[in-house]
Each structure stands twice: as C-alpha cells, then as structure tokens.
Design a protein around this ligand. Structure first.
Ligand SMILES: Nc1nc2c(c(=O)[nH]1)N[C@H]1C(S)=C(S)[C@@H](COP(=O)(O)OP(=O)(O)OC[C@H]3O[C@@H](n4cnc5c(=O)[nH]c(N)nc54)[C@H](O)[C@@H]3O)O[C@H]1N2
Ligand SMILES: Nc1nc2c(c(=O)[nH]1)N[C@H]1C(S)=C(S)[C@@H](COP(=O)(O)OP(=O)(O)OC[C@H]3O[C@@H](n4cnc5c(=O)[nH]c(N)nc54)[C@H](O)[C@@H]3O)O[C@H]1N2
Ligand SMILES: [Mo]
Length: 755
C-alpha cells in the first residue's frame, strides 16, 4: 500500500549539496587513522563564513561518549552544513561521519512529517491526521483508562536514549503531570558496571579522557572506541607517540585492537578470571601499592586471601584462553607503569557476570595505586556535570491522583532519586523486560504505551515476544522521526523535531564539556519537540477534563532550557549565564583531571572497598570473586555490538550513510564456515530458541571460531534484526543504582546454516 508520506517527497528535496558532508568524511578518516599530532598539523581547513551564514551552537544529543559540540551554518532558514566546534579540545573541530550527515537527516525525504494514524497496526495504511485529532484520540483514551481502572497505571512510558538533551526529561514530566503511571526503569546500556563502581568506590567517576595523553600504559578492556568514541582516539594516539603501550582485550579483533601494541583475545565473559589471575601475579611479585591499600582501602587482606586460596595464573589462563605467560607479562607491565590506566568498555559488562567482572578490574586499578591518579584511573563513565535542575522532569500529579501503593522509586542513572508521592508512587518495571512485562503485568494491565526516544523493536530483547506483547496493547503512541519498526507497530505516530529545531543543553558521561543547543531552523513540516507535544497534550487534557493535567500548556523550549541552569552549573563551568555558551562550549573547571584525586571515596567506609557489605546486601559476593559465565544454549556465541556507521537504530537508514554501509552481514571464522559448508557471500540463516535472522555471510578471522558476529543496526531496506536472536536474560548488577538489572546482551548463542 502506498504510504501517504511518500506524496511529500518532492517538497522535501534536500536543499543543500554534499560539500559539508564530504569534508566531514575526510576529517573523520583523518581522525580514525592518523595520530593527533598530524591531525593538528594539518590544521583541518576551517570554515569561516561569518556574515554569509547565521551561525548557531548545537550539540549531538545521541547516547555516545563523545557528545560533540557542533557549529551550524544556516542560510535562509536552511541548515546547509555543520562542523565540530573548535573551542572544545575534545571535539577539536571534527565530527564523525554520522554527524556530518545530520543536514541530510534533517531534510531526509523519509522523515515523518505529520501526525498519522495507522488503520490496523503493521498494515502500513497510514492516514494523515491533525495534531488536534491526535491529541483528542490520546486524551480520550487516557480518561477512559482512568475511569475504568481508577488510576493511570495502565499507561506506561518506554523511553531511553534517543535524545539526551536535558529538557527531554520533560517526557517523564509529562507522565507525572497526568498522574501516577507505569514506568520502565533501568537501562539496557551500562547498569552492571555502574553498580560495580558504586560498590567499589561509592560512585561512577572517571578521569578526564583528555588526560589519557599522560598514561604510560593503557588497557582498553571490552570497548571499541575507534568506532564508538572516535574523538578519544587522538589522546590515545598521542600517549602512544609519547611511548605508552596500548593493550586491547576483546574477543573480537576490532579496529581499536588493530591500533594496539598487544591484542589479547579473551574468552567472552571471562574477563573477571583474567583480572583475578593478573591480581594474583601482582600479589605474588609484591608489585601492589602498599600505601594505597593500607591508607585508602578496605578489605585488601581478604582479597589477597581469596586470591591465594582460589586463584592461580594457570587456572586463569585455562578459563580465559589467555596464555599464562601473557597474563604474567601484562600484569607486570601494568603494575610497573606509572601512571597506568584501564578503560572498561560497556560491551564487557553485558553479561550474567558483567558487574562482578568490572569489580575485578577495578580491584586491579586500586591495588596498583592507579585510582585517583592523573593519567591513571579505571575509566567507565561519570555524571559529575549533570547537576541540572531537571525542571522539565519534576512535575506534580493532578490533585487526587491514585497510584501504586508501593515503595518503588523512579530512578534514573542521570538524576537524583525521585521519591514517589507520600502515599502513592509510579509503578516501576524493568526496562530490559519490556515484552515479558507487557504480557504479565496486571491490576491493571498495561493498556497504553507511550514510546519516545526509544526504538524497542530494534533495541530491545526477544523481538518475537515483543511482537506478541504489542498485540495485547490497546493503544500505542510513538514519537519519532522515521518510520522504523516500532512505528510500524503503533496506532498513532507523532513527528518530532531534530536537534536543530529546538533548544536544549547537553552534557557528556565521558568528557567534561558543556554545550548549548540552539534552535537553528524552524520546526520542519509539523514536527514538534517532546516538550511541545507534552504542552499540546496538556491543553487537550484540560479541555476534555479540567485539571486532568498539570503540565504547562504553552511551551517555549528556550525558556525551558534556561530553567535547567543553576548556580552550581555556572560555577562548575566558570560561566555567569547560559548565554556565555553561545560563544562556544565550556569545560568544567576541574581541580584535577583525576577522579577520586583526594582518595576520599563515597562508600560507607570512605575507602576503596575490595570487600563491600553493600554488594552483599544486594545478593553479590563481598569480594569480586569469580562468577561462572552463562551456560551455552547453542553451538556458537552470538555477539551483536555497536556499529561504525550508525548509532543503534539511528543514521544507518539515511541514504548518505548507505554509501558506506549498504547491507548487513554475519561475520564468521573461515574454519567454522567450512564445517557448515558455508562460503563467503552465501545467504545463511542464524537461528536459536528466540528466532532467526537470514543474512549474507562474511568470512573473517577477526572473530574466534565459536563466534557469530552481527552489528546491531536498523537497515531501512533489509529485513534484518538482531533482536530475533537476543533474549532478555539479566546481568548480575544494576538494581542498586538504576532500579533494575542490566541485560546479558552478549551471552547469546545460536546455530547457522545455508539458507
Ligand atoms: N542486540 C543489542 N541490543 C542492544 C545493544 C547491543 O549492543 N546489542 N545496545 C543497547 C544499548 S547500549 C543501548 S544504549 C540501547 C539504545 O536504545 P535506544 O535508546 O532505543 O536507541 P536509539 O536507536 O539511539 O534511539 C531510539 C529512537 O529515538 C529516536 N529519537 C531521536 N531523537 C528523538 C527526539 O528528540 N525525540 C523522540 N521522541 N525520539 C527521538 C530515534 O529516531 C530512534 O528511533 O540499545 C541496547 N540494545
Ligand atoms: N558508532 C557508534 N558509536 C557509539 C554507539 C553506536 O551504536 N555506534 N553507541 C553508543 C553507546 S549507547 C554505547 S553504550 C557505547 C558502547 O561502547 P563500547 O562499549 O565500546 O561498545 P560495544 O559495541 O557495546 O562493545 C565493545 C566491545 O566489547 C566487546 N565484548 C563483548 N563481550 C565482551 C567480553 O565478555 N569481554 C570483553 N573483553 N569484551 C567483550 C565486543 O566484542 C566489542 O568489541 O558506544 C556509544 N557510541
Ligand atoms: Mo548504550
């Protein structure tokens, strides 16, 4: 069936040429492949068009380490091209390839342009409707549910990381302003590691990535920054130029590993054993830092006792697949270098033992005295620069709202804990078990789902079960920019703005820069920001039933962006007012680039805790003891990590990006392929207890013989979805700080055959 949105293609022809984009690609190529010194020496041809263009400050709001500061060039209300801000020493004047494609994304003919109603979910029979019709239909459903159930717990919000602009927490605010609702809490991303660092140190806090240049020895452990944090690579290259050694520990020979002095192929999920083996050797050799363990830590003796009774280097070698000699060598090189640093990637903790494995790695950093040191540290992430007001998020329920009679709290990893009402609270449900929860939640059941900044059909787990679960929902509303698979499973789609069409403010969970995001161009077509949509809904709700929604009915995203600032933020960044950010991003004024530089930890003891009572309280071992990995349930392990030319389900669908990344593949080892009579380029079926994926095979020895590799991504033209192979098994940690455990994304197994 021809979709109505096709009719508008002509009107949305991209109003600029590819110049800016092609420059971007050249820059990104430079970033990925040559050392930072050369990049600077080349002095990337800066674009200076002051006078010819209106110039705006923007920030990439994607869930990415780099959170780039952007300078946007607009003429006649058209965004012609963008570049990385030169003021930020992190962004350093360059964007990634995806970033340079933004103007095309804004003007993509595929954008959702109007509110639409689908006649029959999944039929593609979309009809354009007005905003007023959309809001009336939604508002009436909300009131109907309230009447039927006596509360709004039948309405659930599914939101995650589509846009991390601070004002986007207004979506949570919109829900609160309607009443007590059901909330999917936790995160699919990094919760096991967050808990691990909280048990060990009392918070997740990492060094400024720019101080990597000072490191003498760098271990990147289960991360792939050459793809996932391109801008950090220049600091690593500089450290290498100054003589640092780089070790990459990953089951895959990634592009990051290709840059290393030593690549270590570890057996997936066995990083804890490897770290414990290294720790044992460091103890045996007396190479630990006596001052640190005696003055600033708790439980080191117990840890040593555990190592001596339960861990040998030979056992670690056998379990991890890393030869004993290599374990000893890396341990000694790491312990002797000063400073030495470890970057713990998020990939490593997506396992049933991911949290405790991070704790074992933290222990290595602590026992060698590298925690609290510039150029050292165990780097995972931080939220030091996220102290905003969360004005958009904190909204009051209407008078007389009835909610969940429990003690559940809404917890977000980015915000302070939000207590529910004195008597009532929202009903919190594990975000990583979306399908299962929709199917099993009762009293009342989940009737209506509001999806914003999230693409569950591409990013959530057990897709066949999710399809079934959506079948039980009475109403599905999706707020998005493109007709993705989640939209295909909706009743109503609401078109939303891109970052260039609204005001907000953006911080990073990795570097220490703050950027303002200005509205550079008018809203395209009938797109509205999440905040504007909340205001429209509030207006309609109050028309339908006075007092049924407390959200403001008029929205100026600039005013709401202003409301997120406070004196703490101004002081931290050394600015007097937010307008100062119009002349460029600002970096936090740090007394030291090292996290925990005062060695005062936020744990109950105030010390680094090798032995954590809190961990025990949450059902884990006190010490970072070895925990077995998930038992294989099929012939091969399936890995579905992040892709180079997309960010989750975003960007791969943009036609400019297709030039780099036309189709998906399953990557497998030639020997494994031979055994299955599969040749390079064959169509194959990958299948397991969850479902199956049919895709082209590519043979490569960058993967181990027992691994099948597929990058998660949404290809507009391919019927490809890795979530047909990924179940919703939980990881060990996450509940302490994020309200729900993480998910064991990389503990999946499948078989493969010629299609
Ligand atoms: N198999 C597998 N699954 C994974 C992972 C994996 O490695 N393997 N990684 C996991 C991880 S780490 C994460 S963080 C999650 C990410 O999961 P998500 O947060 O769902 O990921 P995205 O695809 O980045 O964004 C979701 C949607 O937000 C939309 N969006 C963009 N801007 C806006 C906006 O301003 N408003 C609204 N309403 N929508 C907007 C985008 O168009 C997109 O459709 O996926 C997880 N899932
Ligand atoms: N281009 C691009 N950039 C991104 C993203 C994207 O989708 N695309 N996503 C952003 C987001 S939301 C996130 S969370 C980060 C993710 O950033 P990363 O953590 O760097 O990325 P992942 O792809 O999840 O996993 C990294 C590596 O972990 C490895 N790994 C998996 N299991 C194990 C294990 O048991 N042990 C070890 N040692 N390694 C293991 C994988 O093989 C993979 O190479 O990147 C952000 N940046
Ligand atoms: Mo993530």
């Amino acid at each position: 069936m021809k979709k109505e949105f096709d009719k508008t293609e002509e009107a949305s022809t991209c109003p600029f040429n590819r110049r800016g984009f092609l420059k971007g690609i050249a820059a990104a190529g430079v970033l990925a492949s040559i050392p930072a010194g050369i990049l600077r020496a080349q002095a990337w041809e800066r674009i200076q068009y002051e006078g010819e263009y209106d110039i705006f400050r923007n920030a990439c709001p994607r869930n990415c380490y780099d959170t780039c500061s952007i300078k946007s060039y607009v003429r006649n209300n058209v965004l012609e091209f963008i570049e990385g801000a030169q003021e930020s020493t992190f962004t350093d004047g360059a964007l990634c390839v995806k970033g340079y494609a933004y103007p095309r994304r804004v003007y993509s003919p595929d954008r959702i342009k109007y509110p639409m109603r689908q006649i029959g979910r999944g039929t593609g029979n979309w009809k354009r409707i007005s905003w007023d019709e959309a809001m009336t239909e939604i508002g009436e459903k909300i009131l109907e549910m309230k009447k039927k159930d006596g509360s709004l717990l039948g309405m659930a919000l599914d939101k995650y990381s589509g846009n991390f602009g601070i004002t986007h927490y207004g979506v949570e605010g919109m829900m609160s302003s309607l009443g007590y609702t059901s909330r999917f809490v936790g995160t699919p991303c990094w919760p096991a590691g967050i808990d691990a660092q909280n048990f060990d140190m009392g918070n997740m806090w990492c060094n400024d990535p720019e101080d990597l240049v000072k490191a003498k020895f760098i271990i990147i452990w289960g991360g792939n920054p050459a793809w996932n944090s391109v801008h950090t690579m220049k600091f690593i290259y500089e450290a290498q130029e100054r003589g640092a050694k780089l070790v990459v520990i990953d089951p895959l020979l990634t592009q990051t590993a290709a840059k290393a002095d030593l690549y270590v192929r570890v057996k997936t999920s066995q990083d804890g054993v490897l770290a414990l083996g290294m720790a044992r050797h460091i103890v045996d050799k007396g190479l630990y830092n006596k001052e640190f363990v005696e003055s600033y830590s708790k439980g080191f003796d117990d840890f040593v006792e555990y190592l001596k009774t339960s861990v040998t280097v030979e056992w670690a070698a056998e379990q991890s697949g890393v030869p004993a000699e290599a374990i000893r060598q890396i341990a000694e090189d790491y312990a002797k270098a000063d400073p030495a640093t470890i970057w713990v990637g998020y990939g490593l903790q997506r396992h049933v033992n991911g949290g405790v494995n991070v704790r074992a790695i933290d222990a290595l950093a602590a026992m060698t005295g590298n925690v609290g040191k510039e150029g050292g540290g165990v780097r995972y992430g931080h939220l030091q620069t996220w102290g905003f007001n969360y004005n958009a998020m904190v909204q009051k329920q209407p008078e007389g709202s009835v909610g969940y009679l429990g003690k559940d709290k809404i917890v977000s990893e980015f915000t302070a804990e939000q207590e529910g009402g004195a008597e009532y609270a929202d009903r919190t449900i594990n975000i990583n078990k979306l399908a299962e929860s929709i199917l099993t939640t009762n009293d009342p059941p989940i009737r209506m789902l509001w999806v914003a900044c999230k693409n569950p059909f591409a990013q959530d787990f057990d897709r066949p079960k999710l399809q079934k679960a959506f079948g039980t929902l009475e109403k599905v509303i999706v707020v998005d920019q493109f007709f993705n698979e989640t939209v295909q499973n909706a009743d109503i789609v609401l078109p939303t703005t891109t970052l260039f069409e609204e005001y907000t403010v953006n911080a990073s969970y990795w570097h220490y820069w703050l950027s303002i995001n200005e509205k550079a161009i008018p809203e395209q077509y009938e797109a509205r920001s999440d905040l504007q949509i909340a205001a429209m809904l509030s207006k309609k709700m109050n028309e339908l039933e006075a007092g049924s929604c407390t959200f403001p009915q008029i929205m100026d995203t600039k005013v709401w962006m202003e409301k997120e600032f406070n004196d703490g933020i101004y002081k931290l960044f050394g600015i007097r007012k937010w307008q100062d950010l119009r002349s460029g991003p600002q970096k936090a004024k740090l007394t030291s680039s090292a996290a925990w530089h005062e060695k005062k930890f936020a744990t109950p003891s105030g010390k680094y805790e090798f032995s954590s009572d809190l961990a025990a309280e949450y059902g884990h071992t006190r010490l970072p003891e070895h925990k077995s990995r998930r038992k294989a349930y099929d012939a091969f392990r399936v890995l579905t990590p992040h892709t180079q030319f997309g960010l989750h389900s975003q960007f791969v669908n943009i036609d400019y990006m297709e030039d780099f990344n036309k189709e998906p593949f399953v990557y497998m080892h030639p020997a494994a392929a031979r055994a299955r009579k599969i040749s390079d380029g064959d169509m194959v079926k990958v299948f397991n207890k969850v479902g199956s994926v049919t895709v082209k095979a590519k043979l490569t020895d960058t993967v181990a013989e027992d691994v099948l590799l597929m990058y998660e991504a949404w290809f507009k033209k391919a019927n490809f979805n890795v979530q047909n192979l990924v179940d919703d098994e939980s990881s060990d940690m996450g509940t302490f700080k994020t309200g729900a455990p993480g998910v064991a994304i990389h503990d999946q197994f499948a078989d493969i055959a010629k299609a």
